[in-house]
Write a protein that binds this ligand. Structure first.
Ligand SMILES: Cc1cc2nc3c(=O)[nH]c(=O)nc-3n(C[C@H](O)[C@H](O)[C@H](O)COP(=O)(O)O)c2cc1C
Length: 232
């Protein structure tokens, strides 16, 4: 099964924006803990809204923030400017740096295996069961956001099942959803279409940002160009 991703990755290598290798050195428990909670956290943003629809939210799911804090040997991290972060979080940080948007880490009561092979199998089981992992964090004051960047890894040619929990919980009618993802060859698969089906009254931007797990650490320039083209 993992072989399928590798083969797919070869077939799509022309889409990778750089050839730099991504460090997957073990991370320290301190940096793992740092990766657990975003600095600017929309779940605790309090009462500072300045009116409806004026702010940008960047909601993302990454295995690294859903594997417990004992993730020091997990391969689910990349190193950006010397800091170890989950790969999807790395892209979320790049979007936040350009837009000033607030980060929201999608988290679940499921503690995902840190071992890559075990995670592959576990995720396959979730998909087979059409599971809806329980969300443990809430977006506060959704009304204040009109543009919502939503990031996730490609898992088994689809979104992780927790993203279905997420889209079923929140109604993004009238808002603009801007997808981004990290993959190992399959890019978005058909997930953008799926999001539009799950959120029929939202405007879902089809020109999402997708990047290989191998080049995500060096994606900041491409993220900035993409945002420019979208007008952010
Ligand atoms: C359970 C699982 C399933 C995956 N399935 C695919 C896939 O179908 N296609 C693909 O291109 N990459 C696949 N990948 C690779 C991930 O998309 C890639 O490693 C991504 O960087 C994970 O993001 P994260 O490290 O922030 O969690 C899979 C990875 C995992 C762990």
């Amino acid at each position: 099964m993992a072989l399928a991703f590798s083969l797919a990755a070869c077939g799509n290598s022309q889409n990778d924006t750089t050839s730099a290798s991504v460090s997957q050195e073990p991370i320290t428990s301190q940096s793992a803990q740092a990766a657990q909670l975003p600095e600017k956290d929309a779940s605790s943003s309090g009462e500072d809204e300045s009116g409806s629809g004026s702010k940008i939210l960047i909601a993302y799911f990454t295995a690294a923030e859903n594997s417990g804090i004992d993730a020091v040997t997990s391969a689910s991290y990349t190193t950006v400017n010397g800091t170890s972060v989950g790969r999807v979080r790395a892209v979320a940080d790049m979007i936040a740096a350009e837009t000033g948007g607030e980060l929201f880490s999608i988290q679940t009561s499921v503690v995902y295996p840190t071992d890559g092979g075990e995670l592959i199998d576990y995720a396959a089981g979730e998909q087979d069961a059409n599971a809806r992992p329980e969300l443990t964090r809430q977006i506060e004051n959704l009304d204040q956001y009109d543009a919502i960047f939503i990031g996730y890894p490609n898992w088994w040619y689809d979104m992780p099942m927790v993203m279905y929990s997420f889209f079923e919980k929140y109604d993004f009618a009238g808002k603009t959803i801007i997808p981004f993802n990290v993959h190992n060859g399959s890019r978005f698969s058909s997930t953008i279409k799926t999001i539009q089906e799950l959120e029929p009254e939202a405007t879902v931007v089809e020109d999402g940002f997708t990047v290989s797990e191998r080049t995500v650490a060096d994606a900041a320039g491409d993220v900035a160009s993409w945002l420019d083209e979208l007008g952010y």
